[in-house]
Design a protein around this ligand. Structure first.
Ligand code: ARE
Ligand code: CA
Length: 491
C-alpha cells in the first residue's frame, strides 16, 4: 500500500559454531545485521560437562552437548549477563538468536565437573535437580539395528551413552519448559531441538505446547530428526507438533547438492520436494552442519569450506534457490584428514581451555579467513555467501524459478521473476553470453564480485536492457548475481 515503508524480510540464518556471546554481539552489529541475516544459531548456552581431553582432542567441541544443568551462568561461550547482552544487541539490529536446545539427555560418563565448576554424577544433577527417577530405566543403549526396527528404543535408550531423560514425566517436561521459557523471556527467538529424533513425538509435542502456551509470541522451532530411508523414526511423524508449525533440518538437501556438485549441476534444475525432500515450508536447508562437516552424525558426503570455491558456489545455489529456510554454516578450521582427534578438536583456545574469539584483543575486524588449524573460517563473511543473503531477501516475494538456462553440464543460470538473476559457472573456463533475465532495465551490481557502498558497486556492473537481456561474464569456478536491492551507479 502506498505510504507504507517497504521492509525487506530476513530469510536466512547462520550457525556460529562455538562463538562466544561477546563476539556474536559484535558480529551482529558489524556484519549480520547490515547483511540482512535473520538469526544466529548459537552453541548450547547451558552449563555443560567440562572435558579437558576427549576422543584424543583437547577441549572437544562436543562437550557442549553434555548438559549438567539449565543454568546459563557459565558455558564455554560465556556468562548469563553476556548472553542477555548479546540477545538484546542482536535483536536491536534485527538479528534473532536461536538456541541449540539439548533436552533429550544429560551428560555421558559417570561424573565430573561442569563448565561452571560444579560437580555431577551418574543420574545425579543437583542443580536442576534431576535424580535417577528422571531418566529412562532400565538403562539401555541405542544400537545400529534399533534405528531400523525399534522406534521405542530410539526414543527411550541412550544415544552414545548420554543419560536419557524420562521426557514423558511431567516433572522433566516442566524443568525443560522452564529452561526454554527463561530463554524466550530473555528474547531468544527460536530453538533447534537437538536429537529430537530421540524424543517421542508425544513427549516433544507436550514440551513444545507447554512452552508455546506460556509465551505471548511463539518461538520458531526446528527439529534435528535425521531422515534415513528404512528407519523406524521419520521426520513426518513430527510435522504436526507445535500446531503444525515446526520445521525439520533437511539432511537430504546438502547430500543431494554435494552429489550434483560431484557430477553435473545442470541436473539441479528439478531440485526440491520431488527429490524426496520435506515440503519446502517444513525444511531447513543447509550445505553442511557441525556434525556432517567432520564425519559425525552418520557421515555421508557433504561439501565444506575444504572444497574451496565450489563450496561458495553451492551456497550461492542454496541462497538463490526457492526451497526452505537456509542455514549458513560458520566454522573454525580443522584438519580434514579424518582422524578422530581432528574431528573432535575444539575451537581456538587459551591454555585454560577458554575460547580465543575472533574479536579478541580489541580488533576492529574479526580474525577470520585464516583457514589453518586454529583459525576461525567465518564462511558467513565470504562475500559470495554474505551477499547472497541479500539476494534471497530481495527475491523472497517471488518464490519461483524462471528463465532457467544450462549448458547440459556444469554451467547454470536462473531467475527469480523480476527480482533477481544468478549465473553459476562450475567449469574451468570463462562463461560469457547474453542471458534472458526477468529484471527491469537498469544497471545492477554483480554482488558476487563486489559490495554496493553508498550506491557505488565495488565489482562488475551488469546492464539489463529493456526486454531483460543482459551480457554477463563469469570467470571459471565463480558466479554472478544481480538483484533489485543492489542497483548501482545512479545514486
Ligand atoms: C561424545 C563422544 C562419545 C561418547 C559420548 C558420551 O564422542 O564417544 O560416547 O560423548 O560420553 C555430539 C558428538 C558426539 C558426542 C556428543 C556428546 O557428535 O560424538 O559424544 O556430542 O558430547 C545420531 C542422532 C543425532 C546426533 C548424531 C551425532 O540421531 O541426533 O547421532 N546429532 C546431535 C548433535 C551432535 C551431538 C548430539 C546429537 C548429542 O548434532 O553434535 O553429538 O547431543 C544414523 C541415524 C542418525 C544418527 C547417526 C549416527 O545416520 O540415522 O539418526 O545420528 O546414524 O549415529
Ligand atoms: Ca530419549
Amino acid at each position: 500500500c502506498a505510504g507504507h515503508a517497504q521492509t525487506t524480510p530476513r530469510t536466512a540464518f547462520v550457525h556460529l559454531l562455538e562463538w562466544k556471546w561477546t563476539d556474536i554481539a559484535k558480529e551482529c552489529e558489524a556484519h549480520l545485521g547490515p547483511k540482512g541475516f535473520a538469526a544466529v544459531q548459537v552453541s548450547p548456552p547451558n552449563e555443560h560437562n567440562w572435558v579437558s581431553v576427549g576422543d584424543g582432542a583437547p577441549f572437544p567441541w562436543w562437550m557442549r552437548y553434555q548438559p549438567v544443568s539449565y543454568s546459563l551462568d557459565r558455558s564455554r561461550s560465556g556468562t548469563r549477563a553476556e548472553f542477555v547482552n548479546m540477545v538484546q544487541r542482536c535483536n536491536a539490529v534485527g538479528v534473532g538468536i536461536y538456541v541449540d536446545a539439548v533436552i533429550n539427555h544429560m551428560s555421558g560418563g559417570n561424573g565430573g565437573t561442569s563448565s561452571a565448576g560444579n560437580g555431577w554424577g551418574h543420574h545425579s544433577y543437583p542443580r536442576v535437580p534431576y535424580g535417577s527417577n528422571d531418566f529412562h530405566q532400565p538403562v539401555c543403549g541405542i544400537g545400529d539395528a534399533d534405528y531400523r526396527s525399534d522406534a521405542g528404543r530410539v526414543w527411550g535408550c541412550e544415544l552414545s551413552g548420554l543419560q536419557d531423560l524420562n521426557t514423558g514425566s511431567p516433572y522433566v517436561q516442566g524443568k525443560i519448559a522452564d529452561y526454554l521459557v527463561d530463554l524466550a523471556n530473555i528474547g531468544v527467538k527460536g530453538f533447534r531441538v537437538d536429537a529430537a529424533k530421540h524424543i517421542s513425538p508425544g513427549d516433544l509435542g507436550a514440551i513444545i505446547s507447554a512452552v508455546n502456551g506460556r509465551l505471548a509470541t511463539k518461538p520458531y522451532w526446528y527439529l534435528e530428526v535425521i531422515q534415513a530411508d528404512g528407519e523406524a523414526v521419520q521426520p513426518n511423524q513430527y510435522f504436526g507438533l507445535g500446531d503444525g508449525l515446526v520445521n525439520v533440518l533437511e539432511f537430504k538437501y546438502g547430500s543431494s547438492v554435494a552429489s550434483k556438485f560431484s557430477g553435473r549441476i545442470s541436473e539441479l534444475k528439478t531440485f526440491g520436494e520431488s527429490w524426496g525432500l520435506s515440503p519446502s515450508s517444513k525444511g531447513v536447508a543447509f550445505i553442511d552442519n557441525h556434525d556432517k562437516q567432520r564425519g559425525h552424525g552418520g557421515g555421508g558426503t557433504y561439501m565444506t569450506y575444504h572444497w574451496g570455491a565450489q563450496y561458495d558456489l553451492a551456497n550461492v545455489f542454496m541462497l538463490a534457490w526457492p526451497y526452505g529456510y537456509p542455514q549458513v554454516m560458520s566454522s573454525y578450521a580443522f584438519n580434514n584428514s579424518g582422524t578422530l582427534y581432528d574431528s573432535s578438536y575444539g575451537p581456538p583456545y587459551n591454555s585454560d581451555g577458554s575460547t580465543k574469539g575472533p574479536w579478541d584483543g580489541g580488533v576492529t575486524t574479526p580474525a577470520c579467513l585464516n583457514q589453518t588449524r586454529g583459525g576461525w573460517v567465518c564462511e558467513h563473511r565470504f562475500r559470495p555467501i554474505a551477499n547472497m543473503v541479500g539476494f534471497r531477501n530481495a527475491t523472497a516475494a517471488n518464490w519461483t524459478v524462471n528463465n532457467w538456462w544450462d549448458n547440459g553440464n556444469n554451467q547454470i543460470a536462473f531467475g527469480r521473476g523480476d527480482k533477481g538473476f544468478v549465473v553459476i559457472n562450475k567449469e574451468a573456463s570463462t562463461l560469457s553470453r547474453s542471458f534472458q533475465t526477468g529484471l527491469p532495465a537498469g544497471q545492477y551490481c554483480d554482488v558476487i564480485g563486489g559490495d554496493v557502498v553508498n550506491g557505488v558497486c565495488g565489482g562488475n556492473l551488469v546492464t539489463v536492457a529493456s526486454g531483460g537481456m543482459a551480457n554477463i561474464t563469469v570467470a571459471a569456478f565463480s558466479a554472478a548475481a544481480i538483484h533489485v536491492n543492489a542497483k548501482s551507479g545512479s545514486t
